[in-house]
Design a protein. Structure first.
Length: 276
């Protein structure tokens, strides 16, 4: 006779650590399973941007040619390209994961487990953060040898600003992707967010130019863009060059993450476009 097994209910506690770890692991494995598309392809795009600008400016080595804020333009460009790629991929990870689940009809598999809105948000945000950081590390390793002044050989100018803006920037974009994914019901909606919000904000944030070279009005508008502080702080960490206030940048990054976090939690608690 087969012995009877009596299953006891599991006491989850205040935080469902097992569920949170499983969701985070699922999000990381999802993009690592297709790393050629999610990590290698963005790095190649970043290198192509660098190569095109190098050819266009006639500065193949970075040792001569245009100077920006006292450093070669190509050295000025590298941190912006890396941070831009990190931001776009952190956003893409969380937003595409949710939209795919909606389109395929398996969003219920994410909503039924005993995960609180906070645990749900943390799990997805950590997946976006992990992908952004992975793309950033690989991009830095690939582009660092092209720096003519070897700015990146000793962990840059200020490791704190490198790590802070890399983490906070990727987390911000992961949360923005979570909000975009909850709002979007199909890929067309997500493409609207990407094309009309994410792409313009990243390209017009000082990635390819110094905000100090802009007319006063456009400089003011640029400083209203949170993406500017994300890239400016990261660039300062690597090169020591900054176009804005570092203190304001830290405050903007923290406040932006808190605002996006609050919005995402409210959307998850109400079940907005998830349970209705």
């Amino acid at each position: 006779m087969t012995p009877a097994y009596h299953l006891k209910p599991q006491n989850i506690g205040t935080v469902n650590w097992v569920g949170l770890f499983t969701l985070t692991q699922k999000e990381i494995q999802r993009f690592m399973g297709v790393y050629l598309q999610t990590i290698i392809a963005p790095v190649i795009s970043t290198v192509l941007f660098y190569a095109v600008f190098g050819i266009a400016l006639g500065d193949k080595t970075g040792s001569t040619g245009r100077m920006v804020a006292g450093i070669p333009y190509m050295d000025f460009l590298i941190p912006g390209l890396i941070m831009m790629s990190m931001a776009q991929n952190a956003f893409a990870n969380t937003s595409s994961s949710l939209v795919i689940s909606k389109v395929q009809g398996n969003i219920v598999d994410l909503l039924m487990p005993p995960l609180s809105p906070t645990e749900f948000a943390v799990g997805f945000a950590m997946g976006g953060l992990a992908r952004g950081m992975a793309v950033g590390v690989v991009s830095l390793l690939v582009l660092a040898p092209f720096s003519s002044t070897h700015l990146f050989s000793t962990m840059g100018h200020d490791p704190f600003f490198i790590l802070f803006h890399a983490v906070m920037g990727s987390l911000m974009m992961g949360l923005l992707g979570l909000i975009g994914g909850i709002w979007s019901m199909k890929f067309d909606h997500l493409a609207m967010v990407t094309n009309f919000i994410i792409m313009p904000a990243t390209f017009l944030s000082g990635t390819f130019y110094s905000a100090g070279q802009l007319p006063e009005l456009w400089r003011f508008i640029c400083h209203l863009n949170p993406f500017f502080y994300m890239i400016d702080g990261f660039r300062y960490g690597l090169t020591g060059v900054t176009d804005g206030s570092l203190t304001v940048g830290i405050i903007v990054m923290i406040v932006s993450n808190l605002v996006l976090w609050t919005i995402s939690i409210v959307m998850l608690k109400t079940g907005y476009k998830l349970k209705s």
